[in-house]
Design a protein around this ligand. Sequence first.
Ligand code: TR5
Length: 191
Amino acid sequence: MISGRFIPLLLATSSSSRLLGYATAFTPTSLITANSSLPKHINIINQSTKLSNMSSDEVEKAKVAAEEYKNSSGDGAGPDTAFDNILSGKWPSEKVHEDDLALAFRDITPQAPVHILVIPKNRDGLVKLSNAREDQKDILGHLMYVAQMVGKKECPDGFRVVINDGEHGAQSVYHLHLHVLGGRQMKWPPG
Ligand code: TR5
């Protein structure tokens, strides 16, 4: 998940590990699109049992997603993603913060005891960080502010914020998102 061309934004520590209920779907997540139906097998599991490793599978998902994005409409707006279904409420998510501009919810495949995604509600071309326009500085700042807010709340000893960008950044969902990771000691360098 955290490999290739990534952008580490904040680095800090951990909090005591938490045993949280977690909703997960047994469907290849990068293949879930707005056109898919709700994953059939939703399971509530203990988050501590769901920690997974960055794998070639993640890299493969990123390659597939990059290809889908390249093949989508030429305006760079990208196809709908799973996050559209989360934003519309069609698919469930475990929200940790919501305001007019941003939504923060728990990652379905957590890479740390705390793994939260922060996304803009209005994608407006922000399929990836490198698509950002100058007039989007305010929303980028807001997303960063939300990331630190949820990060310091859930990980008082520190956390990491990551944005994966494009194929080499191992981005698998083309709707800008900040990963907030914590609840354990982070290592460096990432993969
Ligand atoms: O690889 P990048 O940086 O693009 O990160 C995408 C993240 O979205 C991954 O960490 C996935 O685990 C996460 N993801 C993907 C889906 C999903 C999700 N987190 C919560 N809920 C999700 N749903 C319902 N569906 C997904 N496809």
